[in-house]
Design a protein around this ligand. Structure first.
Ligand SMILES: Cc1ncc(COP(=O)(O)O)c(C=O)c1O
Length: 224
């Protein structure tokens, strides 16, 4: 007897499908992030050096301290956000793991999580596995803009989390300063957690900049 899957809705990922098709047809593969340039030599050298020096032991669960400090410094340099490297940064082995962990840290069985469609296909399985329900709100099919009235209308007493993604996969659309304000207004006065997936924060074109509003308690100033 076949064991019953916990994720009956999940088939082969779109990445696998598109990459296989691209390989079959010799097509340019825009479906998955395959850099068409080599890894920087400095990265290769420093990794080899660290391994030669014996830096191959278990890291602390939250990530090695100098890396967390460097990430905090980057958040400060790029966005003026003061983030505590010891209590507010956790290093994971990629975005997918970070998203999974963040969902499972706070989302409980019976909760609802608002997802803006189309969305990265790892979101919903993580929500399903938490025993929660993804509530889908469609982005504008032409512009991929968020209709904040629709988001507001999707909120119920069960809403535990809202997920946003900027720059957005698959469209590249970005949340504007007005969107950020709308996001703040929608969440103000609620206990809803926000996951802001910004894995493409450095892949931005046409001179556009990330719209960030620093809302942590340590950083009163707004930076847009
Ligand atoms: C929107 C979005 N978030 C997160 C990820 C996951 O990133 P990682 O490859 O680091 O797991 C991806 C990867 O495709 C993505 O498209």
């Amino acid at each position: 007897m076949q064991p019953q899957t916990k994720l009956p809705k999940v088939g082969t990922t779109i990445f696998t499908v598109m990459s296989q098709l691209a390989a079959e047809h010799g097509a340019v593969n825009l479906g998955q992030g395959f850099p068409d340039f080599p890894a920087p030599q400095r990265l290769i050298d420093e990794t080899a050096k660290a391994m030669r020096e014996g830096l191959n032991q278990y890291a602390p669960m939250t990530g090695v301290a100098p890396l967390r400090q460097a990430i905090a410094q980057k958040a400060l340099d790029c966005y003026g956000a003061q983030v505590d490297p010891d209590s507010e940064i956790t290093v994971t082995s990629g975005g997918t793991e970070a998203i999974f962990n963040a969902i499972h840290a706070v989302v409980r069985a019976g909760d609802e999580v608002i997802v803006l469609d189309p969305a990265y296909d790892c979101y919903e399985p993580a929500i399903d596995l938490a025993g929660a329900r993804a509530v889908h709100v469609a982005l504008d099919p032409q512009t991929f803009a968020v209709d904040w009235d629709k988001v507001r209308a999707a909120i119920t007493p069960k809403t535990r989390m809202l997920m946003v993604n900027t720059p957005h996969n698959p469209s590249g659309a970005m949340l504007s300063a007005a969107d950020m304000q709308a996001l703040i207004d929608v969440l103000r006065g609620t206990a809803i957690y926000l996951i802001s997936d910004e894995v493409y924060e450095h892949i931005i074109y046409d001179g556009v900049r990330m719209n960030r509003r620093c809302v942590t308690r340590n950083c009163a100033s707004a930076r847009l």
